[in-house]
Structures are given as C-alpha cells and as structure tokens.
Design a protein around this ligand. Structure first.
Ligand code: SAM
Length: 244
C-alpha cells in the first residue's frame, strides 16, 4: 500500500505541478491567505445548515458556564468568518483569534449580524502562541475545523489549557483521518500534499482525537460523525467538549 500511495502522490504532484512550484517559490501562500476567507464565507452557510442541530446542541451547553453576572468570556480560536457566532447564547463576550488578518472584513459582517453577542477584540495570532490572551481569562474556548490546519495541535491545546480558567471548557468540532489501512485513508494520503496548499494548510490525515486525549483535560466527551460529503477526501468528524 505504501508504494501505491507514493506512486499516486507522484501522479497528483505532476498533475498539479504549477501549484507546487508556486508554493515552492513562495508565491502561493499570500494568494491563498487572501482567497481563503472568500472560500470559507461561501461554504459557511451550507455547513451551518447541515450542522445546525448539532451545533445548537453543542454550543447550547455554553449557558451552563455563565458566571453569576450572566456573562461568559469566550475565545473563538481560528474564528475564520465567525461562522459559529449565531449559535452562541446571549451574554457571550467574544474574543476572536486567527492568524489570517484577511478574515477581519468577514468578521465585521458576522458581528453586525449577531448583535446578541459582545465583541471584545480580534487578535491576529496563531493558536500556538496566544500571549495576548491572559492566563485563566476564558470560560470557554471554541475550536471548529482548526486543529487540522495548525502547525502543532499539541502546542495549541497547551495554550488552550493556559487561557482557560479551572473548570473552563473547550468545545471542538474537527475533521479527522479515516481508519489506517482503509482505502479512504489511502486516498487522504494521496490528496493531502495538494489539499494542504488549496486548503490553507489543512491536513486530512490528522488523528486529532489522540491529541485531545493526550492533552491534560480532566474530562473529555467526544462523538464521531460520518463525513458530511462522501465525495470529498475530508474524513469523519469529531465533536465534543473537554473540561480543564
Ligand atoms: C477551515 S477554517 C475554519 C474557520 C472557523 N472556525 C469555522 O468553523 O468556520 C480554519 C481556520 O483556522 C485558522 N488557522 C490556521 N492556522 C491557525 C493557527 N495556527 N492558529 C489558529 N488558527 C489557525 C485559519 O486562518 C482559518 O480561519
């Protein structure tokens, strides 16, 4: 199987050679950073329609974390266009964080459409280094479709632990690898090097549930979901929460 993967990867590489050359020469990344927010904005409504009941169920639990003041400090990690805002309950004070500054325009629009929330600020930084967010300052961190794209899920989860207060909760929804040895996993391996460029660093074969289990959370609840679109190499999803 390994030789077959290598051969098919090579074929994909040849078919998409201009893309890989542009990436090698450093031309692709700036282009990708500018178009990716438009792509996410196009996909957000459809994804939210498909996931509506699941997202409502997940983010509905934020109400349980309200302080006596009726407020919740929430960090939207890798916020993108702000696709999750509509599911957060009133009382959330939302800090947005994303390394891509080109999302700001889309965030501003989502904020205007979701006046039930209070927006604190937009921090342009990677999740691996959130020094602008104070220790123990967050009741909730939300991370959806982000751990596939970060450089180091381990370091991001360490940072999540640092910024969460004791008892604070990470809510996550991530796509992950198909089971090793399956044909679907093989195709994920074949497409990954090209997909990574198109999808702004998105890896298809991450076994993110292992990173979550290895992080030092006191409790984790996780449900596995089938892939929403079978024809895409994006695999099954995991959704749940981890308590600090
Ligand atoms: C597929 S989008 C998901 C956006 C949003 N969370 C959603 O559910 O629609 C992935 C997001 O992760 C962000 N991202 C990439 N690398 C990151 C990193 N190292 N730390 C934090 N966010 C990152 C991207 O800029 C992008 O906004």
């Amino acid at each position: 199987m390994d030789v077959l993967v290598l051969l098919l990867q090579l074929l994909m590489l040849l078919l998409t050679l201009p893309l890989h050359l542009m990436a090698l020469l450093g031309f692709w990344q700036p282009l990708c950073k500018s178009y990716f927010p438009y792509l996410m904005a196009m996909l957000a409504d459809n994804a939210n329609r498909k996931m509506e009941s699941k997202k409502r169920e997940l983010f509905g639990q934020i109400k349980e974390l309200m302080r006596t003041s009726g407020k919740v400090a929430l960090l939207d990690l890798g916020c993108g266009t702000g696709a999750n805002f509509q599911f957060y309950p009133p009382g959330c004070r939302v800090t947005c964080l994303d390394p891509n500054p080109h999302f700001e325009k889309f965030l501003t629009k989502s904020m205007a459409e979701n006046r039930h929330l209070r927006y604190e600020r937009f921090v342009v930084a990677p999740g691996e280094d959130m020094k602008q967010v104070a220790d123990g300052s967050m009741d909730v961190v939300v991370c959806t479709l982000v751990l596939c794209s970060v450089q180091s899920p381990k370091r991001v989860l360490q940072e999540v632990q640092r910024v969460l207060r004791p008892g604070g909760v990470l809510f996550f929804w991530e796509h992950v690898a198909y089971p090793r040895g399956s044909w679907a996993f093989m195709w994920q391996q074949v497409f990954e090097p090209t997909w990574k460029h198109i999808g702004d660093g998105c890896c298809l074969t991450r076994e993110t549930w292992k990173d979550l289990e290895d992080a030092q959370f006191s409790e984790i609840q996780m449900e596995r979901q089938p892939p929403p679109l079978k024809w895409l190499p994006v695999g099954p999803h995991i959704m749940g929460k981890a308590v600090k």
